[in-house]
Ligand binder design. Structure first.
Ligand code: OOG
Ligand code: NI
Length: 455
């Protein structure tokens, strides 16, 4: 008799828990962050019963303490293709294409995450996954050296590769194999204190770009942060210093508002960690590497293309007006400029700036709504709007996080960006899904359901 398969949602939850445990053991500040965030979330819900009721109605309470994202950086097309299979077993698919070269960083990226409503509600675990663009290493000898080092490594255990094949042929993994899969997959994300390259090689890669050293000089793509979701990022940020964590002095993304939009994030600086480098003759040289950091985030409503264009324009204006200013001045300008972004749900909806689900009002009289269209149902109070949470990342924010943790990269033009995207797609073996299309689909699905309920 064949045992039942563990669902992708369950495998993802087992994996994200295992990853969180590993990272807590490796980076104690992350455990502290989890505690502060849990405290903040409990306090925020206690002081804001309306928010709590809303999260409950939207099925978001269950996922809140599970919710986090991580990030890794890969070196080769084959690594990305295999990683896509690993995430696929956990019900995570590539969503969005992020071009980080606009910030002078030689990578491009996607986010692996669950996509349908039920899977997101079960556990929205996401991994921001970057691929190094070797072609951007200008020095040819160095580029070929990096290519050779990457070609010689395998970031996946042989057993993980076998389990991937088994999952493909059998169509799933039963409990014991799912546990084995989680343990084997975790190995790819582990930190290694011993590097397979010499200190001199590390330094040459590092001189080309810190990120190149981070990808090329290690046995695998160590998870570089895990980010819990807070309901109040300002409150969490204020609690950090008392717990021995010093955050950056500004929060990235939109300002604090009545209706939270997109994503706000803040991080603490990456740790400088001891590394043993292998010098060819069997001896070791001590050095350090800086990659792992901590981050928290607050998520709000997803924006439509129109809302996103307004957001990008306003943020661009803030950037242009705040070069080399204090944190106070930055916040002042941020609030002032973002006053132009409507801050009421009804207006965000009416002006098609943000995505909402249509929800039948509790106890709504079905017969009173018979035959009415959405506008009439909303007007009559029979249907209410529920914000669709933004499940993705901010390219500008992502670039900002990279910059603050990897040093100055400066603005650079990396040439034909469409060609880069085509290469990314070829490496991945698929076109990443369009996030806007998915929010739109969630909105449309809720419209169909609510109209059917009043038909
Ligand atoms: C990824 C940075 C992107 C975020 O939250 O925007 C990211 C990296 O540093 O590898 O995680
Ligand atoms: Ni992050």
């Amino acid at each position: 008799m064949r045992l039942p398969f563990v669902t992708p949602d369950d495998i993802r939850t087992r994996f994200s828990r295992a990853m969180s445990d590993m990272y807590q053991a490796e980076v104690p500040q992350y455990g502290t962050l989890l505690e502060i965030v849990a405290q903040t979330n409990a306090a925020t819900m206690a002081s804001d019963p309306a928010l709590k009721a809303r999260l409950e109605a939207a099925g978001e309470i269950g996922r809140l303490n599970l919710e986090r994202h991580g990030a890794i950086r890969l070196g080769t097309a084959e690594e990305l293709a295999t990683m896509a299979r690993v995430f696929g077993v956990m019900g995570m698919v590539a969503v969005g294409y992020y071009d980080l070269s606009v910030a002078g960083i030689p990578v491009h990226s996607t986010a692996f995450r669950p996509v349908d409503d039920a899977a997101l509600a079960a556990n929205p675990f996401r991994v921001f996954t970057s691929l190094l663009r070797l072609e951007l290493i200008k020095d040819e000898a160095l580029r070929e050296e990096a290519r050779a080092i990457l070609a010689a490594r395998d970031i996946f255990t042989p057993r993980l590769r076998a389990l991937l094949d088994l999952c493909d042929t059998e169509g799933g993994l039963e409990a014991a194999r799912a546990d084995e899969f989680v343990a084997e997959a975790l190995e790819t994300f582990r930190w290694h204190e011993a590097a397979p390259v010499s200190l001199a090689t590390y330094q040459r890669m590092h001189d080309a770009h810190r990120l190149i050293a981070d990808v090329v000089c290690f046995r695998g793509p160590h998870i570089n942060h895990l980010t819990p979701r807070t309901l109040d990022i300002d409150r969490t940020q204020d609690l950090m210093p008392a717990h021995g964590i010093s955050p950056k002095d500004t929060i990235e993304g939109p300002p604090e508002r009545r209706v939270m939009i997109l994503l706000r994030q803040t991080s603490f600086k990456a740790l400088e960690e001891q590394i043993r480098f292998a010098d060819g003759d069997g001896t070791e040289a001590a050095g350090t590497h800086t990659a792992r950091f901590g981050e928290i985030e607050q998520r709000g409503v997803a924006l439509t293309p129109k809302g996103r264009a307004l957001y990008d324009r306003l943020l661009g204006e803030v950037m242009a007006r705040t070069r080399k200013v204090s944190a106070e001045e930055y916040n002042r300008v941020l609030h002032q400029v973002f006053a132009a972004f409507p801050d009421e749900e009804a207006v965000l909806y009416a002006e098609d700036l943000a995505y909402f689900r249509y929800v039948a009002a509790p106890g709504a009289d079905r017969t009173a709504g018979r035959g009415k269209d959405l506008a009439a149902l909303i007007g009559a109070g029979l249907v209410t709007l529920s914000p669709i949470v933004y499940e993705d990342f901010l390219p500008v924010s992502a670039a900002g996080i990279f910059q603050s943790n990897l040093g100055e990269g400066g603005e650079r033009d990396y040439g034909d960006e469409n060609a880069a995207e085509r290469e990314f797609i070829a490496a991945l073996g698929a076109t990443p899904l369009d996030p806007f299309a998915m929010y739109e689909a969630a909105r449309a699905r809720s419209a169909r359901e609510v109209l059917a309920a009043f038909a």
